[in-house]
Every structure is written in structure tokens, then in C-alpha cells.
Design a protein around this ligand. Structure first.
Ligand code: UD1
Length: 419
């Protein structure tokens, strides 16, 4: 099994190009199910999660052609409405095929995603939302079964919690429903706006994405047509490189990063003393010798993203003074803390979702274990900062969401290799 080995201590310098966003690409690829014709995607990142959703769509019967970061999906020949356990268990976001399948075929069977390292992560709101659109839902033998007589029916639905994939699933399902759907308390992530834009380019009628209330006037399947869809840059990959630049006290231009998608990361980095300059083609981050302690609290967008919590914690672990990290989105999202402690960080967890980080002078390289995608990214940053050698085991987690991570870091002067 692959490992990543890092000899820390080198400040990062240079320019890095950000890839297309995993969390935008996944719903965009699932949306192809709605269209009887080919959808052309550009800027698709080369990641395990993308391979997983392509395998799933292929298993349903879609034709897929890929060339570099371009992917063409023709979902016209789909003949199967079941997303099997073996495909869903690899990636929870496979639930994104549920809405489009039931909307187009009136029937879908999707394996219930199991628990995962960062908490229970239920899908109850996806299911309640589909029920509000008239689907009958049952759970049998570990599968969600959703059926509808004729088309789904537009309705109002309020999300008790703003859920990203839940909002996306419902937006896609409502696209082919009769009448108007109004979704309230929606998640407002840029990936949701990107999905709405793509659906509209395909012929859907979606307004309000990026706000808490999204309105969808349903259309018939035949109204949806082929389109070309560009995947927005990955704001979490950008944030990860920004924090790495600050933590190693380097100077990096993160090309393609969109400042308007990461206002909260920029603010917190500036609060920590780093210089963050917004340029025409990206964001330049320069680290400082004395990092200031900075509290963070994860929140739904536009709050500080839970997907950046672990990486920011590494920066705080070498800051002057104490910082509090408050995780409010997922329970059990501090698994990286044990590993960071093994590298000399001084962090204690209280009440389950607060971490008190007491800054130390330096971290020291160690053997560590990646537990989930973003935790793995935090260990890479810790390894870049630490004195000596860090070996990160189970790096398959990182390949789910970061394209060529060791190549990108080594082009910035890091001593990092896969072994
Ligand atoms: C998405 C992102 C993930 C990110 C997360 C939060 C994708 C593919 N993944 O995951 O990287 O960490 O948003 O920004 O875009 N919840 C329920 N019931 C539901 C659905 C969610 O209670 O039916 C809860 C969750 O347990 C969690 C909160 O809502 O506490 C937000 O989760 P959600 O936004 O749904 O996360 P995902 O869409 O799975």
C-alpha cells in the first residue's frame, strides 16, 4: 500500500495550479443522468472519487469517454436503476444518483451509505425531500428504494440542516418534476451554484442557488439537452496549499484559486499574520515567522469549511499562543489530533467538538496514519513543517480528493515522495 514520505523543513516557494473541484464534479457528473444526450465536461480532476462515480454511471449503462481532464457522458442508454453496495461503499457521494434516477426513471435503488470515519452522516433529509416531491421511499436489505407513479411533483421543502449533497440531490430531482419546487434553508456552497448553472445550461429552470431559497420550475426530460460544463476550481485544494504556504513560512502563488469562494479562509489566514494577496490569476500567500493564534469555528458556507479544519489546526499547532478549534458540522472529525500529537503538537479535545491547540515551537517527523481525506491533507502539511522524516500510511484517502499531491508539493520545493 502506498505511503508518502516527507522530509520537512523546506519553505514552499513557487506557483501551483489548482485542479477542478471534486465536490463540484461529483454532482455535475451525476446530473448527466437527467439528460438524454451527451454532456461534455472540462476541468475534471484525476481522482479516485471521480473514477468511482464514473464506474457507477458506467454500471448503470451510461457511455463514458475520457481524455485528460475532459469527460463526455451519454446517459441515454442507462438501463439499470440500482447503485450497488460495492460501488456506493467506496464513496458516500454516490447518493447523488438517487434524485436524478428516480426523477428520470420513476424508480431507483441505491445502497444506503454506511457510517464513515468522520461521523454518522445520515441521508434522512435527502429522503424526506424526495418524499415531499411524491416519491415513496422504503429501506430494505440495506438499499434505499424510491419509486414514483409518473413524474415527481413540485412542492415546498425545508431542510432542517443545510446539507450540500441533499440540496444537490433535490435540485436535480425537482428539475424533472411537474410544477414548481421551492427548497428552503438550502446549503449555499459554490458547488451548488455551479450545479444550478450547469442544469440551466442543459435547459432546466433553477433560480436562487447560492442563497437559502432555491426555486425550480420542472421541465420534461425531452427539454433537457446536451451541454458543455466547466468544473470550478477546487476551493479546498486551494485552501490546503494556502495553509501549507503559511505554515512552512513560504511564498506561493496558488493559480486558479477564486478569492470569492474562500473569503473565510483568507480572513483567518490574514488574522494569523500571513500575507494574502489576490492577483489576476490566483492568490499569493506569504508566511510569517511568528504565526498568531487564531480561533476557528466550522460552519456551513459562507462560514469556515469543515473540510479545512484539520489543515488549519496544523498551522495553529505552531502558532504563538493558544487557539480554539470548534467543529460544528461533523462529530468525530478530530481523528487527526492523535496523529498530530505523535508529531509533538499540544492539542486536547474537550466536549467532543472543541480542540484546544497550544502552539509549540516545532513539530517532529513521525510515522502517522491517514484516517480520512482532509485529515490526510493535514498530516502532509504537518510533515512539510516538521523536523525530520514523516511517513504517512494509508494515503489512498488522499488520492480520493487531491490530484498529484506529491508532485504539486515537490514542484514547490518540498522534499516529498510516494513510496
Ligand atoms: C459535503 C461535502 C463534504 C463536506 C460537507 C460539509 C460533497 C461531495 N461532500 O458532504 O466534503 O465535508 O458537505 O461541508 O460535496 N445531515 C443530516 N441529514 C442529511 C444530510 C446531512 O443530518 O440527510 C447532516 C450531516 O450529518 C452534517 C450536516 O448535515 O452534520 C452537513 O452535511 P452535508 O452538507 O450533507 O455533507 P455532505 O453533503 O455529505
Amino acid at each position: 500500500m502506498d505511503k508518502i514520505e516527507i522530509i520537512g523543513g523546506a519553505p514552499l516557494h513557487g506557483t501551483v495550479q489548482i485542479s477542478g473541484a471534486k465536490n463540484a464534479a461529483l454532482p455535475l457528473l451525476a446530473a448527466s443522468i437527467l439528460v438524454q444526450g451527451a454532456v461534455d465536461y472540462t476541468n475534471i480532476p484525476d481522482l479516485m472519487d471521480i473514477k468511482s462515480i464514473k464506474s457507477l454511471l458506467q454500471d448503470l449503462g451510461a457511455n463514458i469517454e475520457s481524455s485528460g481532464s475532459r469527460v463526455r457522458i451519454d446517459a441515454s442508454p442507462i438501463h439499470k436503476i440500482e447503485a450497488e453496495y460495492d460501488l456506493v461503499r467506496k464513496m458516500r457521494a454516490s447518493i447523488l444518483v438517487l434524485g436524478p434516477l428516480v426523477a428520470r426513471f420513476g424508480h431507483a435503488r441505491v445502497s444506503l451509505p454506511g457510517g464513515c470515519a468522520i461521523g454518522a452522516r445520515p441521508v434522512d433529509l435527502h429522503l424526506k425531500g424526495l418524499e415531499a416531491l411524491g416519491a415513496k421511499i422504503s429501506i430494505e436489505h440495506g438499499y434505499i428504494e424510491a419509486t414514483t407513479e409518473g413524474r415527481l411533483k413540485g412542492n415546498e421543502f425545508y431542510f432542517d440542516i443545510p446539507t450540500v449533497t441533499g440540496t444537490e440531490n433535490l435540485m436535480m430531482a425537482a428539475t424533472l418534476a411537474t410544477g414548481t419546487t421551492v427548497l428552503r434553508n438550502c446549503a449555499r456552497e459554490p458547488e451548488i451554484t455551479a450545479l444550478a448553472d450547469a442544469l440551466n445550461r442543459m435547459g432546466a429552470d433553477v433560480t436562487g442557488a447560492g442563497t437559502a431559497v432555491i426555486k425550480i420550475n420542472g421541465v420534461e426530460t425531452k427539454s433537457l439537452k446536451s451541454a458543455t460544463v466547466y468544473v470550478i476550481p477546487d476551493r479546498i485544494e486551494a485552501g490546503t496549499f494556502m495553509v501549507a504556504a503559511a505554515a512552512t513560512k513560504g511564498d506561493v502563488l496558488i493559480k486558479g484559486a477564486k478569492a470569492e469562494h474562500i473569503g473565510e479562509i483568507i480572513s483567518k489566514l490574514r488574522q494569523s499574520g500571513a500575507s494574502v494577496e489576490i492577483t489576476d490569476d490566483g492568490i499569493r500567500v506569504k508566511g510569517v515567522e511568528n504565526i498568531k493564534s487564531t480561533d476557528i469555528k466550522t460552519l456551513p458556507y459562507p462560514g469556515f469549511p469543515t473540510d479545512m479544519q484539520a489543515q488549519f489546526m496544523v498551522l495553529m499547532s505552531i502558532a504563538d499562543g493558544n487557539s480554539v478549534v470548534h467543529e460544528t458540522i461533523f462529530e468525530n472529525r478530530f481523528i487527526h489530533v492523535n496523529e498530530l500529537q505523535r508529531m509533538g503538537a499540544d492539542i486536547s479535545i474537550s466536549g467532543g467538538n472543541y480542540a484546544m491547540v497550544r502552539g509549540v515551537k516545532s513539530l517532529s517527523g513521525a510515522q502517522v496514519m491517514a484516517s480520512d481525506l482532509r485529515a490526510s491533507a493535514s498530516l502532509v502539511i504537518a510533515g512539510l513543517v516538521a523536523k525530520g522524516t514523516t511517513t504517512i500510511n494509508r494515503v489512498y484517502h488522499i488520492d480520493r480528493g487531491y490530484e498529484s499531491i506529491e508532485k504539486k508539493f515537490s514542484s514547490l520545493g518540498a522534499n516529498i515522495r510516494r513510496c
